[in-house]
Ligand binder design. Structure first.
Ligand code: COA
Length: 474
């Protein structure tokens, strides 16, 4: 267990400088939904009991009463109609539209593409002083600038309580995967004439991936980290970033893309939901990530979510380089069962799954014949806590791939939870994609508020159920 010491270290509330708050007017913090009358009675009865030991049914009742916040910026459908009346930019793009039936049921929308027809120069920017600039992920000072930009401007929940805080090591890992294209990492900078410095005001990233869409293989770009500085919002920089990254992707003779968003755009092929498993309930309640129902005290809540420190299944150990070949085969066989999935050759397995401290955690389970039969992985994506005096960082583990061939989904997920808890995470987040959902109820996951939508650009994919999808975009 190479990283054991690190994993066992508990993460203390961070004491680092408070992140710069945005200038937007803050809305009220989210409120816990009032439990239904019958739930209230049940909770009151429960709280009269002396014992802190709950039956499974009681635990389920409890979990149903807890309202979770989602970490994306989605608006729940019951609060606001998610679909806008018109999408002036997206209506010009090769994507399915809400108000128009498409003749194409599967495959490309724009077919006649030629590299030589692409504009050779970047799209003009709307204001003097703005410039395009590639971000060089081999220069530490450029990684530092990108990190600060995203830490201050990237995705927040709708009540401005949490904002994603991708670490520098995470950004380097994610944006320099094998065969990455340096010119697909694009920023817009503003010249600060007083300080003679360039400040980042927009960013978008593309990385090359290969996916299988209902039996059809496609090499395309995964688009991530679309972000515009708060002061530059609503100036149509986002469409420019999207058009510019598309132009550069086309110059590499690639004509399709995949991306996710909490925002409803025309038109998702799959809508997925985050589920959250509390690991550190006290902190999650303190920072208003989670609420306890009326009459539920903290001692009982802690008891409900308690996990052992030892894994219930023996044989898991951190993945090492020598495991790459076996993990690649395991992953390849696992992926085949999903209608929309990615491909991982050995280089990609090495890049994405060999453990990296504080970035990605992977574990293999080997039998007596040294055959790897099961695999767990999750990644570290903390959020800044924007409105708490002492807690500054929410430590969230995100499920990546859990592959089980000799144990159940519930058993492997329970091992993942324990490993994440032992590594100091506060919460374990997991999409209801692949077979993950099988474990949610028994392991006391709570449903998140928003939906994460999946989209293809220039490719019509039939509507796909989350359980038939295995793409994890970060
Ligand atoms: C998302 C973001 C870049 C949009 O920028 P903006 O300044 O608000 O919007 P702009 O005026 O530049 O552009 C508006 C267009 O972008 C579209 N848009 C908004 N969010 C989008 C998203 N996540 N992905 C793609 N397009 C998006 C809008 O629908 C609109 O297009 P339309 O005219 O067809 O409706 C900006 O709000 C932001 O940085 N938010 C925080 C980070 C974030 O949420 N990133 C998205 C992660 S998926």
């Amino acid at each position: 267990m190479e990283d054991k010491k690190e994993e066992e270290k508990k993460v203390e509330p961070q004491k680092e400088e408070e992140p710069k708050k945005d200038d937007d007017k803050k809305d009220n913090p989210p409120k816990s939904e009032e439990p239904k009358e019958e739930d209230k009675k049940e909770t009151q009865n429960e709280s009269k009991k002396e014992s802190n030991t709950l039956t499974l049914q009681e635990q389920r009742n409890f979990i149903q009463q807890i309202i979770k916040n989602d970490l994306d910026n989605d608006k729940p459908a019951h609060k606001k109609s998610e679909i806008k009346e018109s999408y002036p930019f997206w209506e010009t793009q090769p994507v399915l539209q809400f108000n128009k039936e498409s003749d194409i049921k599967f495959g490309e929308i724009w077919k006649d593409h030629k590299v030589e027809d692409q504009p050779k120069e970047p799209f003009p920017l709307p204001e003097p002083g703005l410039e395009w600039k590639d971000v060089d992920m081999n220069q530490q000072n450029e990684i530092d600038k990108l990190y600060e930009f995203l830490k201050t401007n990237y995705v927040e929940d709708e009540d401005h309580m949490f904002r994603f805080d991708y670490s520098k090591d995470f950004l380097k890992w994610h944006l320099t995967s094998p065969n990455y294209c340096p010119e697909w990492l694009i920023s817009i900078v503003q010249l600060d004439t007083k300080k003679n410095k360039k400040k980042m005001v927009g960013f978008i990233a593309g990385i090359p991936i290969k996916v299988c869409i209902h039996g059809y293989d496609l090499e395309l770009a995964e688009i991530d980290f679309l972000c515009v500085k708060k002061e530059f919002r609503n100036k149509r920089l986002a469409p420019l970033l999207i058009k510019e990254v598309s132009r550069r992707i086309h110059l590499r003779n690639k004509w399709w893309a995949v991306y996710t968003s909490g925002t409803m755009l025309p038109k998702p092929f799959c809508e997925t939901t985050y589920y959250h498993r509390n690991l550190n309930v006290k902190k999650l309640v303190d920072v208003h990530f989670t609420y306890l129902p009326h009459n539920m005290n903290m001692a009982r809540a802690k008891n409900v979510y308690k996990l052992p420190t030892e894994l219930p299944i023996s044989g898991f150990r951190p993945m090492e380089e020598k495991d790459v070949d076996q993990v690649q085969v395991l992953l390849e066989n696992f992926e085949k069962q999903f209608k929309v999935h990615g491909y991982y050759d050995k280089d990609l397995v090495k890049h994405w799954f060999i453990p990296r401290k504080n970035v990605v955690y992977s574990y293999v389970r080997e039998n007596k014949e040294n055959k790897i039969t099961d695999f767990i992985s999750f990644y570290n994506l903390p959020s800044s806590i924007l409105q708490h005096e002492s807690y500054k960082k929410l430590m969230a583990a995100y499920s990546f791939f859990n592959i089980n061939t000799t144990i159940t989904v519930k058993e492997i997920m329970k091992c993942a939870l324990i490993l994440a808890k032992n590594a100091g995470f506060d919460v374990f987040n997991c999409l209801n994609i692949m077979n993950n959902e099988e474990a949610f109820q028994d392991l006391l996951f709570g449903k998140g508020g928003g939906k994460l939508k999946y989209y293809f650009w220039n490719f019509v994919c039939p509507p796909t159920e989350p359980k038939d999808l295995s793409l994890v975009l970060m």
